[in-house]
Design a protein. Structure first.
Length: 322
């Protein structure tokens, strides 16, 4: 994919994303953020949101203070041209890093951790102009000896969280909510799973040797592991409204079919499961998923959710009831 409006040194969007990520983080070119992010670029995560390139710089410096040797190993960029000169990337990253400084996770532990992140970026004229990012915060917390539930309670106590509709709006992009039926059978299957708890779709839609990465820095192998993950989530959130806000479906020569999509699930914490006893809390799951497929069958999958942000929504509801 050639790039209209971008520097000639970038072959395509994949090359652009991989290079600027390495230059900024591992090359310590923090000031390059001003060159490659729009001045008023919004950055949204399940746990918070802000606008402006100076906020990106500040967040980058704070992360490096806490994890100074952080690497960003780009595993894949699934991209599309959404309009002439407007490009969209969904960038999957694995990071190794040592907890060597004071920061959001407390006093340094010296623990070397590994964590997955997916960042969706809208790019135009050589800059990132909008970004949605999900990091496996629960997996990182657990490796550092923290409880995701306790960190969620602390986040809820620190500041009031937006209501459910505001969280969904945070996750929307220019496309709004897509027509899932028009996206095809794979998108419909995800809706069946998240919205209707049709767990029979797992065995007919996933390869027997499925390799899936899910929150908590966990790897699932095979149908039994996959079902245990879904039982945990659907036990807590059996029903809800599932929306897809962006969808990329690519089939490139020599590569498996790849999909990347940003999605939300508006639901209620109705049952026991991985998020504790039922609270009745209104909860919005904000996620990004990547998958590799053979035909319509998922062979490899990456679900990114911030479980600390989910615990925070439940904790805020409980605090408001007391």
């Amino acid at each position: 994919m050639s790039l209209t409006g971008f520097d000639a040194q970038f072959v395509d969007l994949r090359d652009y994303i991989f290079k600027i990520t390495e230059w900024i983080w591992e090359g310590r070119g923090i000031d390059l953020i001003r060159d490659y992010y729009a001045k008023d670029c919004p950055v949204k995560t399940p746990g918070g949101a802000f606008s402006g390139v100076e906020g990106v710089i500040r967040g980058t410096l704070e992360t490096l203070q806490e994890f100074p040797d952080r690497t960003l190993l780009g595993e894949d960029v699934i991209d599309s041209e959404d309009a002439p000169g407007t490009y969209y990337s969904s960038h999957r990253i694995f990071s190794h890093m040592t907890h060597a400084g004071e920061g959001a996770f407390g006093a340094p532990t010296g623990v070397r951790a590994g964590v997955m992140t997916i960042a969706d970026c809208l790019c135009r004229e050589n800059r990132i102009v909008d970004e949605w990012l999900v990091r496996d915060q629960a997996g990182l917390a657990q490796q550092l000896g923290h409880s995701p539930a306790a960190l969620g309670e602390a986040l809820a106590a620190k500041a009031a969280l937006p209501d459910a509709e505001a969280l969904v709006e945070r996750w929307r992009g220019p496309e709004g909510d897509l027509d899932i039926d028009a996206l095809g059978p794979v998108a419909v299957r995800y809706r069946d799973l998240w919205q209707h708890a049709r767990l029979e779709r797992l065995r007919d839609g996933y390869d027997r040797a499925i390799d899936a990465k899910v929150p908590g820095a966990r790897t699932l192998r095979g149908h039994d592991d996959l079902e245990r993950f879904w039982f945990g989530y659907k036990g807590a959130f059996p029903m809800g409204q599932f929306r897809i806000h962006h969808w990329i479906d690519r089939e490139d020569a020599g590569e498996p079919r790849r999909v990347a999509f940003r999605w939300s699930l508006s639901t209620t914490h109705q049952g026991g499961g991985v998020f504790g006893p039922a609270s009745g809390a209104p909860v919005v799951l904000l996620g990004i998923t990547h998958a590799e497929l053979c035909g319509d069958t998922v062979v490899r999958e990456w679900h990114q959710l911030d479980e600390i942000a989910i615990h925070a929504q439940i904790a805020q509801h409980r605090q408001q009831k007391t």
